[in-house]
Design a protein around this ligand. Structure first.
Ligand code: DP6
Length: 328
């Protein structure tokens, strides 16, 4: 096929984990300590275009219309080195990314970002990777990106090396009354990256071994709940799993948290709505924003209750979204 002469663009959606990935066994290859499972979201995504150019002496990255400085592209260039090595090429690339995600605030832009980059860069380099191979490549950029290759419900099997650790689809177009209400409490960059946060948790939380054990059970439970369309079990287990992940941050040394006052307020509101009979459950990633898992038929009512407190623009109703698309 050869290196593409025109830019190749890929679009990948972000995902929210119902069973979280929190901790690595291998930091270089990004092999996780546990399997994880997520929903890909229709509202939030990244588009990335890549063009390899022999005239460049370094990768050039434009991120949301801003040209990144040399020191800011290390992670991306390192990822591009994997692509160059796989394709047997030496040229650098022009990379342009647009994020339609509130960045670095726990809406996992690294998941959609690295999934889109994996798709665009590998195709631009002349590689023809199937979705499993794409997922393995995306993993080298960011663990959660393994799941953003796929739509709907997707999982990341733990595996034990580069070959065996990859994402796969569970149900890409679920016919189910389900929605995720995203409550965007801040778009500020998080103070402790998920990479650093999980490292601290693995190394210092005395509860870490219990996390590995219970997340395995949660994975089985949520997988079964998806098959059986058991919404209550899915929501309850996802909420428990999220709180156990966050308990690892609180029990780390030094202890830290991704919660802010508004996160706690949102959780309390969700509990109250639940007491009123609405089936809804919260989850949070490595940032203060909260996502509420609910019935699609209840989503507007739940969004209204949250909007009354946090403002209309900060509460968004999303649904299961599609997997990666690549335009040559
Ligand atoms: C809390 O995928 O951002 O969102 O592999 O170090 O890049 P790295 O971490 P990342 O971690 C995501 C953690 C999480 C849970 C999840 O998405 O499973």
């Amino acid at each position: 096929m050869g290196v593409a002469k025109k830019p190749v663009t890929a679009k990948a959606h972000t995902n929210i984990a119902l069973v979280k990935y929190w901790g690595k066994l291998d930091e270089t290859l990004i092999i996780p300590q546990n399997a994880s499972l997520s929903i890909t979201l229709d509202e939030f995504y990244s588009t990335t275009s890549v063009l390899f150019d022999d005239a460049l002496d370094a990768d050039q990255v434009t991120f949301d219309d801003q040209r990144l400085k040399a020191g800011q592209v290390t992670k991306i260039s390192h990822f591009m080195d994997h692509v160059r090595q796989m394709a047997g090429i030496k040229s650098y690339a022009q990379i342009v990314t647009q994020n339609h995600v509130p960045t670095a605030a726990g809406l996992a832009s690294s998941a959609s970002g690295f999934a889109a980059l994996a798709g665009a860069a590998s195709t631009a380099a002349g590689l023809q990777l199937d979705r499993r191979a794409l997922s393995r490549l995306a993993r080298l950029g960011s663990g959660s990106a393994t799941r953003s290759i796929f739509g709907g419900f997707a999982a990341w099997q733990q595996g034990h090396d580069d070959e065996t650790s990859y994402g796969y689809p569970i149900d890409e177009t679920p016919d189910w009354d389900i929605a995720i209400v995203a409550v965007i409490l801040t778009t500020k960059k998080k103070s402790i990256s998920s990479r650093e946060g999980m490292r601290l948790s693995v190394n210092t939380s005395p509860f870490y071994p219990a996390w590995v054990e219970t997340s395995r059970v949660d994975f089985e439970t949520v997988q079964k709940a998806i098959t059986e369309r058991d919404f209550e079990t899915l929501g309850h287990t996802a909420e428990q799993n999220a709180m156990r992940m966050h308990a690892l941050t609180l029990s780390a040394d030094p202890s830290f948290t991704y919660f802010n006052a508004d996160s706690l307020k949102t959780m309390q509101l969700v509990r109250e709505l639940r007491l009123q009979g609405l089936q809804c459950y919260f989850t949070m990633d490595a940032g203060p924003n909260v996502k509420v898992i609910c019935r699609n038929s209840d989503a507007d009512q739940i969004a209204k209750a949250l909007q009354a407190v946090f403002g209309t623009a900060n509460v968004r109703v999303t649904h299961p979204g599609p997997g990666i698309t690549i335009n040559k």
